[in-house]
Ligand binder design. Sequence first.
Ligand SMILES: [Zn+2]
Length: 120
Amino acid sequence: MHELAVTESILSIALKYAQQAQASRVSDLYLVIGRLASIVDDSVQFYWDMLSEGTLCAGSKLHFQRVPAQLVCLQCGKEYTLDGELEPCPACGSAKVKVSSGDQFFLDSIEIEKAPSSEA
Ligand SMILES: [Zn+2]
């Protein structure tokens, strides 16, 4: 359910951009996903293929880039990067930590193809 909603929003952003750029089609989309975002790549791809059918994005390829999460220890204030499972603070061992980033999901860039305009 979650993936369907985000896939719809990614598609509407991509189509808006493609229309503004007068693209003939969209070939590639680069998505950034935070390490802690509860997004399943395969689900996004599944919805993408379904939703993009018949649009400028039909047949385009999704590229997923996972970015590490940033955490802040509420005990000692240390900021650290997380690239795997949730871990306690490396400085003091406290489990009272706050996620400052890492649950984001957004469209970073897209690649489009343009119809040749110089031809008569
Ligand atoms: Zn700490």
